[in-house]
Design a protein around this ligand. Structure first.
Ligand SMILES: Cc1cc2nc3c(=O)[nH]c(=O)nc-3n(C[C@H](O)[C@H](O)[C@H](O)COP(=O)(O)OP(=O)(O)OC[C@H]3O[C@@H](n4cnc5c(N)ncnc54)[C@H](O)[C@@H]3O)c2cc1C
Length: 281
């Protein structure tokens, strides 16, 4: 196996184009190395992104937060900008696995892997993040629903790399939270992850965004259910109605970690917890 470390994005893309079937991109390697060790992949060429400068930056530009694809999940969680503007993303990245995983895993790798049992995608979808993708024919920005197709499946073309994530900074700072539930050890992947943000005018809820991740093939936002919150106080009855709407509207995953039925119950419980937390501020 050849291990290549291109120094630019363009070089990485052309190396990939030159070896379409036989090459695999590696960023932090937390997923790729496991796949190699288990013999699930045996590429002739490993293309590391590690030496490409600038891909790990976290900065504000044009009132949007830009996070480079090579930013480690630990660095995203430690970022002052992420904590200030997007506490739900901070909480999602801080919740991942353990400190060794967070110090190695990258945000781009987490998205490209497209494992449903992940934390950051739900928070990013709730925040209306765009994923920047670069390939041989140029750069495009796509939403999370346009990137993630299903378990371990994305819409990335073979020559395309994720170069970063762009999140608009809200004009009015909402209350935000990410609540993850693990049914086994705290280092396990999530069983359910709920990302939410809400704005209030006195007691009246003026906006709600709610995404459920890890329980379904791709993170899910139900805008018609979110709308139930808007224009009135977030009473316990209204919160119950929203939780029931999500529980009924999401097709949950059945796997070795938990049954689909159990995940539906956990969605019901944790949406109520997260919304009461936002309301009671
Ligand atoms: C013990 C353990 C516990 C974990 N717990 C959690 C958890 O609780 N929550 C959670 O969300 N995740 C968890 N994970 C998953 C972890 O977050 C992902 O494995 C990691 O984010 C992948 O990033 P990476 O940089 O290591 O990717 P890599 O392993 O380098 O790559 C992963 C995949 O993405 C592709 N890829 C990488 N970067 C790019 C790019 N820029 N453009 C295009 N394709 C790319 C690779 O070709 C590969 O297919 C856990 C992993 C481990 C090993």
């Amino acid at each position: 196996m050849r291990f290549l470390q291109p120094g630019t994005l363009e070089e990485a893309i052309s190396t990939r184009v030159d070896n379409p079937e036989q090459s695999v991109i590696i960023a932090g390697g937390t997923a790729v190395v496991l796949m190699l060790q288990h013999g699930l992949i045996a590429p002739e060429v490993l293309i590391s992104l590690e030496k490409i400068p600038g891909l790990d930056s976290i900065r504000i530009e044009d009132n949007r937060l830009h996070i480079g694809a090579l930013a480690k999940l630990g660095d995203v969680a430690d970022s002052r900008l992420v904590r200030q503007y997007f506490p739900a993303l901070f909480a999602a990245c801080a919740a991942v696995g353990n400190v060794r995983v967070r110090n190695q895993a990258t945000l781009g790798g987490n998205l490209a892997e497209a494992d449903y049992a992940s934390d950051p995608p739900a928070a990013l979808m709730m925040l209306d993040a765009l994923v920047e993708v670069k390939g041989i024919s140029g750069t495009r920005q796509i939403s999370l629903p346009d990137l993630l197709l299903g378990f371990l499946t994305t819409t990335l073309e073979p020559d395309e790399l994720i170069t970063g994530v762009i999140i608009p900074i809200p004009t009015e700072q909402p209350r935000m939270a990410y609540l993850r539930y693990n049914n086994r050890s705290s280092e396990d992947r999530p069983c359910v992850g709920i990302a939410a943000s809400a704005t209030f005018n006195d007691a009246i809820c003026t906006g709600l965004r709610l995404t459920v991740g890890a329980a379904c093939e791709i993170p899910t936002r139900l805008s018609e259910i979110e709308a139930l919150a808007v224009g009135s106080p977030l009473t316990d009855t209204r919160i119950h109605e929203i939780a029931e709407g999500y529980a009924a509207g999401i097709e949950t995953i059945d796997d070795l970690q938990s049954s689909a039925w159990y995940r539906t119950q956990m969605i019901r419980v944790h949406i109520q917890r997260v919304l009461k937390g936002l309301r009671d501020g």
